[in-house]
Write a protein that binds this ligand. Structure first.
Ligand SMILES: [Cu+2]
Length: 125
């Protein structure tokens, strides 16, 4: 084999390797920056009890077992503040609700179906 040819091949390979090595290094430092930022949490958020979200009752559908809530951001569901319909885990939860009530609630995503699992009205607690 021609030694000069081999040298060129080796040089080209080294360039490819160093170029590839740069990408993970950049990604790692980029990710690290985000991680540090996220660790600070939410110092300005009100002391919501055990991950409950503030909401206001806009509509109650007792027969359908649904409630329309205007809710604050739900970090656990990655959802911004909005007004939307939730299914309730237990229809009995709707008995104490009326339009205009300010509540705190807990919701989970049950296979894409958003379900309220717990409701605490301000006066009840
Ligand atoms: Cu929502």
């Amino acid at each position: 084999m021609n030694p000069q040819r081999l040298f060129i091949r080796a040089t080209g390979l080294a360039l490819v390797i160093s170029a590839a090595a740069m990408s993970p290094a950049w990604a790692a430092s980029h990710q690290g920056g985000h991680g540090t930022h996220g660790d600070h949490g939410k110092p300005t958020a009100p002391a919501a009890s055990s991950g409950m979200t503030d909401g206001e009752v806009r509509k109650v559908d007792r027969e359908g077992g649904k409630v329309t809530l205007r809710h604050a951001e739900i970090k656990s569901l990655d959802m911004p503040a909005m007004t939307m319909v939730f299914v309730v885990k237990d229809k009995a939860m709707l008995d104490k609700l009326k339009v205009g009530d300010k509540i705190k609630f807990k919701a989970t995503s049950d296979g894409g179906k958003l379900t309220v699992t717990e409701i605490a009205s301000g006066k009840g607690l």
